[in-house]
Design a protein around this ligand. Structure first.
Ligand code: PLP
Length: 383
């Protein structure tokens, strides 16, 4: 019997090695990793720059009480790329969300505006700690205790309802610009535009959770840019630490001005080694941005139309290398299993959806081949 408390349905074979987009499993076969450690391994496995960064000797952990140049260097890289003013580091995505809510609350309180409802969206996912779960619709069935404020969950793409609810009063809105765990749900441009106009007009706080959509996966460093959204706070995590735990809260000066030392903190957040890897990640994903955009065009022009001619596929949703294939039937787990036998690792969610989060280094031929295999497997399925 295993001593490990298994809370996930893992693949049946153990990993023994990894290189590029491939993982070698205990059967000795190389598998194409099309979900990159749940969206973390943006540069694939054992990227040479990551290995070099890991090999340089330095104290691994220094705590927030000791200064080192990397903290400022990574923070200023992020502010320069995104136009935000300040960055605070955390260990994980959910912890970045907790911090974002706390910092947002401080700013709202300073303005006497923390007494109204919070708006989040149906099928949202922001993490598994209790604060994040308060704004996470997908986990509300679990019945854990919530933070005290009232969260109203609105349909993700309903601009009229959003307008009506904002007019009723709202402290802050939290959203994933592209909903990842929901199955790569993208709202209409009209919805994003309405949100931006309301944000400017009513002055509520806006948190964009880019933990899954950020770091060039969507074809922009931040997916918010794709839709013209200008949040007050953005959260990042997943691939930011190059495989080590690291999250970040990016905030505008006006929010930072409401925060004083002691309002928030962390022991391990932004540890030296994670930051060293994040410097490598940020440089490399920016260099891969044109490549991701080329792949985006290839998918839109050729690969997705091919998938859509498959009678068993209901819809394909995609921005950059953020991709969901929705089947007409509840066969996603079975499709995942057959793809596994054929040497492809994909993620099945919500019964009908195959989610692909390939590493950004995937080549044109590798992506074409993956789509072809996927198409064939789904076509040969009996439903
Ligand atoms: C959009 C989004 N927010 C928050 C989280 C939570 O991040 P973590 O698992 O690092 O706590 C995730 C994780 O999948 C996510 O996709």
């Amino acid at each position: 019997m295993s001593s490990f408390l298994q809370l996930f349905h893992s693949f049946p074979l153990k990993v023994v090695a990894g290189h590029g987009i491939y993982l070698t499993l205990e059967d000795g076969k190389d598998y194409v990793d099309l979900f990159s450690g749940l969206g973390v391994n943006l540069l694939g496995h054992n990227h040479p720059d990551i290995l070099t960064a890991l090999s340089e000797p330095f104290p691994i952990h220094l705590s927030a009480l000791l200064e080192h140049p990397l903290k400022e260097e990574v923070a200023s890289n992020l502010t320069r790329i995104t136009g935000f003013d300040k960055v605070f580091f955390s260990n994980s995505g959910t912890e970045a969300i907790e911090g974002a809510i706390k910092l947002m609350w401080k700013w709202l309180k300073k303005r006497g505006k923390n007494n109204e409802r919070v708006i989040a969206f149906r099928n949202s996912f922001h993490g598994r700690t209790l604060g994040s779960m308060t704004v996470t619709d997908l986990l509300s069935y679990q019945g854990f205790p919530k933070l005290e404020f009232t969260t109203v969950f609105l349909p993700f793409d309903d601009a009229d309802m959003l307008t009506k609810e904002i007019e009723h009063g709202c402290s802050f809105v939290i959203m994933e610009p592209i909903q990842g765990a929901a199955g790569v749900k993208i709202a209409s441009q009209d919805f994003y535009k309405t949100l931006s106009i309301l944000h400017r007009e009513f002055g509520f706080g806006l948190i964009a959770d880019e933990i899954q959509s950020g770091l060039c996966r969507s074809g922009e460093f931040l997916a918010s840019t794709l839709f013209g959204i200008e949040p007050d706070i953005v959260t990042l995590a997943k691939g930011l630490g190059g495989g080590l735990p690291l999250g970040a809260i990016l905030l505008k000066e006006r929010i930072a001005d409401a925060i004083k030392p002691g309002d928030h903190g962390t022991t391990m957040g932004g540890n030296y080694l994670s930051l060293r890897l994040s410097k490598v990640v940020i440089k490399n994903v920016l260099e891969l941005l044109d490549h991701v955009r080329n792949l985006d065009t290839l998918m839109k022009d050729i690969l997705i139309p091919q998938l859509l001619s498959n009678q068993k596929i209901k819809e394909v949703r995609q921005k950059g290398l953020f991709i969901a294939i929705e089947l007409k039937d509840n066969k996603a787990d079975e499709v995942k299993d057959v793809l596994f036998e054929k040497g492809f690792l994909v993620n099945s969610i919500r019964k009908k959806i195959i989610r692909l989060l390939p590493p950004l280094i995937i080549s044109i031929d590798e992506l074409k081949n993956a789509f072809q295999q996927l198409n064939e497997v789904i076509e040969n399925f009996n439903f």
